[in-house]
Design a protein around this ligand. Structure first.
Ligand code: GTP
Ligand code: MG
Length: 565
């Protein structure tokens, strides 16, 4: 198995001899080398010895995380709660496997019991809240509050529990941190350490899904609620939204073959004229339930006429912005594909992270829907660019499809979503570029990309003739007749291209700077790319960058491109 021979490849300055040795081993053994930019949070750890178990398939991770979440509770408690006594108090219901505290509209604890029975035992012991002048909806969930009455059972400590951060550090601090690094490769590693969804944040995301499942299960006891998108695809940043999928496919009897003859009993069910109408009515009812009975769920909006109907709300205890969809299996498959690409080589995650972060700072992307490029489209653009390197860093989707086994076969609503799920079946690529080269190359690539004529296509790994007149055409990987960036207008695309030109120019300037020296070095490399344009508030004490007029910068960039050619 290739994964058992995985070696960390460190494309970083100052690691020359180590890198050479690793590369020799790599060439000799023809085995996969993966850049260990930062250990991804969604790779489960071996809890006994604290070591990484290695790569796990997407579905296996989902199952384990869901099972973990079902044994967990979320408890609001006092900010000075004595952690040790708190856990001792809870342990009367069974062994506690894991726990952590965090702050969000108060202090919360996530407690994972070793066994499912502990949840039942806890439910037996939990009281209904006593409220005066109000009434409560008696819906029992795993979101609880710890109160101390009279002589406190759980005395508070002086300092309170140590809380795990669930939000990113401020941009100013990030820029300072990155400026001290000695290479762009180190800067990307540092960025990921600071911004990537953490182990605890992943647990919390699955727990919120599990709490939602308890609500939906009132109507559909066999349902499942699964996270998708950046919560699980390996490209998630702390604070990203929580995309959830209400999965009713697992309902027993759905795929049972009808006997050819004899008696058969079947359920009487309401019928609707389309799958979409069914999805809308299910989401409408579940959304109503979330609104009226869901503890901690506020600001519920039912957006049922969207292309993909959804229920949007804030989950206050976790501070997650949630989007609940149903019948969205293609998006789930897309998340798995992105996860697989991210696992193929650590540089994929590093580059996607750097580009997504840069794009957010310069408002190329936004959390508000509009005529701009979405994070998803941008991720596909990065993947396409990596397929288009002289030595491709990742294979095409068609190639991944050709490696698929019978168990990988997947057709969703007539769309072929088949691709290999076993990482060890994918031949490693020979690309040895550093993240610095790749980042610089990304900006060059899209500075000169023929957007007017060509479409971006990760299935083929080659630009295709644009099938329709739109500013930006990115073929949907699975629903191939769709353009994932059809919302993007010409002005936003032009802005993106101009910012790519500027990014390439900035990185070339950085190449001549002394890096990461002094007590407070000025932003360089990736840090310089993350400095918002002049006039954007928020960068305290930042020295104004001396800027040449844009035309000069573009001229110098074109010169350098010409020289390169
Ligand atoms: P952030 O939430 O911005 O961090 O990234 P995200 O990848 O989660 O994007 P978003 O929440 O917008 O969408 C969630 C997931 O839905 C994506 O990861 C894709 O799998 C899928 N998705 C989003 N937009 C499209 C689209 O236009 N077409 C298709 N097929 N899938 C999409
Ligand atoms: Mg998302």
């Amino acid at each position: 198995m290739a994964s058992s021979f995985r070696v960390c490849r460190m494309h970083m300055r100052g690691t020359g001899s180590l890198l050479k040795r690793i590369q020799i081993i790599d060439t000799c053994l023809q085995r996969r080398i993966v850049t260990n930019v930062v250990e991804p949070s969604n790779v489960l750890k071996n809890e006994e010895n604290g070591e990484q178990e290695g790569w796990k398939a997407f579905d296996a991770i989902q199952l384990e995380r869901q099972e973990q979440a079902e044994r967990s509770v979320l408890i609001s408690c006092h900010s000075k709660t004595n952690e040790k006594k708190f856990l001792k108090y809870l342990s009367i219901h069974g062994d506690i496997k894991n726990s952590f505290f965090y702050e969000s509209y108060g202090t919360y604890a996530v407690v994972e019991f070793a066994n499912q029975e502990s949840i039942a035992s806890l439910h037996e012991a939990v009281n209904l809240p006593v409220v005066s002048n109000e009434s409560v909806v008696p819906f029992k969930s795993r979101l609880l509050s710890l109160r101390s009455l009279g002589a406190a059972v759980v005395p508070n400590s002086q300092t309170g529990p140590k809380c795990k951060p669930q939000a990113t550090i401020p941009l100013t601090e990030l820029i300072q941190r990155l400026s001290k690094e000695e290479s762009i490769d180190h800067q990307v590693t540092s960025l990921m350490k600071a911004y990537q969804v953490t182990e605890e944040n992943t647990r919390l995301r699955f727990l919120v899904c599990s709490l939602l499942k308890d609500i939906a299960a009132a109507y559909f006891p066999e349902c499942n609620v699964r996270p998708f998108g950046s919560s699980v695809n390996g490209f998630g940043k702390l604070g990203c939204d929580l995309d959830m999928f209400l999965d009713l496919d697992g309902i027993s009897g759905r795929n049972v073959a009808m006997p050819k003859a004899g008696l058969v009993l079947e359920y009487q069910m309401k019928r609707s004229n389309s799958e979409r109408a069914v999805t809308q009515s299910i989401l409408s009812v579940v959304g109503e339930c979330v609104d009226r009975f869901g503890p901690g769920c506020v600001g519920v909006q039912k957006i049922l006429n969207a292309r993909c109907p959804l229920v949007r709300f804030s989950h206050q205890p976790s501070n997650f912005q949630c989007d609940l969809t149903a019948n969205n299996r293609v998006a789930m498959k897309t998340s798995e594909l992105l996860y697989l690409y991210g696992c193929l080589d650590g540089r994929v995650r590093g580059l996607v992270f750097a580009v997504r972060c840069w794009a957010r700072v310069h408002s190329v992307t936004s959390s508000i829907p509009g005529a701009w490029i979405s994070n998803f489209s941008l991720t596909v653009m990065v993947l396409f660019y990596l397929q288009r390197r002289a030595t491709p860093l990742i294979p095409t989707l068609d190639h991944l499809r050709s490696l698929a086994g019978p168990a990988d076969k997947s057709v969703i609503e007539g769309n072929d979503c088949t691709f290999v799920s076993d990482l060890s079946k994918i031949q490693p690529q020979d690309n040895t570029e550093t993240l610095e080269q790749l980042l610089c190359g990304f900006f060059h690539f899209y500075s000169t990309f023929p957007f007017a004529r060509k479409s971006i296509n990760i299935r083929k790994g080659k630009e295709q003739t644009k099938p329709e007149v739109v500013p930006l055409h990115i073929q949907n990987p699975f629903e191939v007749s769709l353009n994932v960036s059809k919302n993007v207008n010409a002005a936003q695309l032009e802005r993106f291209v101009a910012l790519c030109q500027e990014g390439a120019w900035q990185l070339e300037q950085s190449a001549t700077l002394t890096r990461g020296t002094g007590h407070a070095p000025s932003p360089w490399g990736l840090a310089a790319l993350l400095v918002p344009a002049a006039g954007t508030p928020g960068i305290k004490g930042r020295k104004k960058r001396k800027r040449e007029p844009a035309s000069e910068r573009i001229k110098s960039l074109l010169e350098s491109l010409k020289n390169k050619i």
